[in-house]
Design a protein around this ligand. Structure first.
Ligand code: GDP
Ligand code: ZN
Length: 452
């Protein structure tokens, strides 16, 4: 275990609360010194909770609370950790931190995510698990929470490790054949290798599918609502957000601005962007606002185009939006106010009739939205995953299919097959943080909160 400098931070959320937790991580000597200095306890047992006074530098009592010493390596960070549980008053918490810093001047304030970063560097977690820590903290629905928990407990990492091992094993076999250049690869060997490549590819595909769902749970989907005035956009927003309003948290690692109403549809966070007021204009200020909105539309996962059976369209807004939609962005047409119709409305897959006023067709609409943004309710045990993970998984998949193509080409260059398998393996390793740059680590942990 390397002797890192001690770090300290408030681990509980800012503001007042029943309990506030201060966490220290560092060397054993610093931990014991801190406990002695701050509480007077001179030889604590690891993992024992002591109800004690917490003292300032002058020996005066700041508060009474609980102190626990976690001796390395049996701690969150893998270093010695000391936790002070006191009253959740921010003034008190700051005062205690100040006294800790004054008591031991080798201790400094922790950077965001630094406890988890140390846990990663000390091998307590791999990188995908470390990322899941924050996804767990940020999860805004029960499904997201469960998915993050699966990743945090190593479910996702285990799948990735397995694939990495399968790749290494196969590459070793290919290289063994390469070691005897005079021997041609025979049909039997080729068949076996082909079979193994197919197996790895299928395994990758399964993991990509579950990770894809996890990424959607983590990032949510952006749905842009367009339609002329009075078709019922606000009514629909209210109707959709009636039950499950998402707790809006900033999602680390995503570039999307959060705007509009965040709602939950079957646990998937959907960001509904209302384009009210969007119209072609010469006004400079207004057009600045419009171009911002149009930029956001470019990031939309889908457009929900609302009409009403009794309101005629103003085509210019729709034109403006259609112009700015990247190719391939799906558009769902929804007809509102079907309660005004004499005949029942016949919905189809891309044209759904609703009544925002009475709630008719809303469940169909929700299902259609989820289907379009790609949430497939049939995937069991979704893993929480990030864009980064999916990119690496897809890279690995590409290298595996390259390997297959090379093997099945007439030249059959086994050295190239081995190289593709190696590249696929390193992509898997990058998910787990086996070869990650300081840059990447900095980027990941800087999105954490302080004290985590
Ligand atoms: P927006 O301008 O597109 O946001 O439309 P609003 O939500 O403000 O609705 C405009 C008018 O249509 C209001 O008087 C609503 O009460 C009415 N409205 C909205 N949805 C329905 C519906 O499903 N049926 C009927 N009959 N009226 C509706
Ligand atoms: Zn349209």
């Amino acid at each position: 275990m390397r002797q890192a400098e001690g770090i300290v931070a408030v681990a509980t959320a800012p503001g007042r609360s029943g309990i506030g937790v201060i966490r220290f991580s560092g060397a054993e000597s610093a931990s014991l010194g801190l406990i002695k200095g701050m509480t007077g306890i001179s030889s604590p047992q690891p993992r024992h909770a002591y109800f004690t006074s917490v003292l300032d530098m002058a020996g005066k009592v700041l508060d009474k609370g609980i102190v626990i010493w976690f001796k390395a390596p049996h701690s969150y960070t893998g270093e010695d950790v000391v936790e002070f549980q006191v009253h959740g008053n921010p003034v008190l918490l700051n005062l205690i931190i100040k006294n800790i810093l004054a008591f031991d001047n080798s201790v400094r304030l922790a950077e965001p995510g630094e406890f988890t970063k140390r846990a990663f560097l000390n091998g307590r977690l791999d990188l995908a698990q470390a990322e899941a820590v924050m996804d767990f903290v940020n999860a805004s629905s029960e499904s997201a929470l469960r998915a993050a928990n699966r990743s945090l407990s190593g479910g996702f990492s285990k799948e990735c490790e397995q694939i990495e091992e399968e790749l290494i094993e196969l590459r070793t076999q290919v290289e063994a054949i390469l070691d005897f250049p005079e021997e041609e690869i025979d049909a039997l060997q080729e068949g076996k290798i082909n079979e193994k490549i197919g197996g790895i590819s299928a395994h990758l595909q399964t993991v990509i599918r579950t990770a894809d769902q996890g990424q959607l749970l983590q990032e949510g989907a952006v749905v842009v609502l367009v339609g002329s005035p009075n078709v019922g956009k606000s009514s629909l927003l209210n109707r959709l957000s009636e039950k499950d309003v998402a707790i809006v948290t900033e999602v680390p690692g995503t570039t999307r601005d959060l705007l509009g109403n965040a709602i939950l549809i079957n646990g998937v966070r959907v960001q509904l962007v209302d384009t009210a007021g969007l119209r072609q204009t010469d006004d400079v200020v207004e057009s600045a606002g419009i171009s911002r909105t149009l930029k956001q539309i470019e990031k939309a996962d889908m457009v929900l185009h609302l009409e009403a059976c009794n309101v005629s369209q103003s085509p210019s807004t729709l034109e403006l939006i259609h112009e700015h939609l990247p190719e391939g962005t799906p558009v769902l047409h929804v007809v509102n106010k079907i309660d005004l119709l004499e005949e029942p409305f016949k919905s189809s897959a891309d044209r759904i009739g609703i009544s925002a006023k009475f709630g008719t067709g809303i469940e169909d609409l929700k299902r259609a939205i989820l289907k379009i943004v790609g949430f497939d309710g049939t995937v069991q045990s979704v893993y929480m995953a990030r864009r980064r993970h999916l990119e690496e998984l897809r890279k690995a998949q590409n290298h595996v299919s390259q390997a297959k193509d090379i093997l099945n080409s007439s030249a059959r260059q086994l050295d190239l097959v081995a190289e593709e398998l190696r590249l696929a393996g390193t992509a898997m390793g990058r998910i787990l943080g086996e070869f990650s740059s300081d840059d990447l680590l900095g980027k990941i942990f800087s999105t954490f909160c302080i004290g985590k």
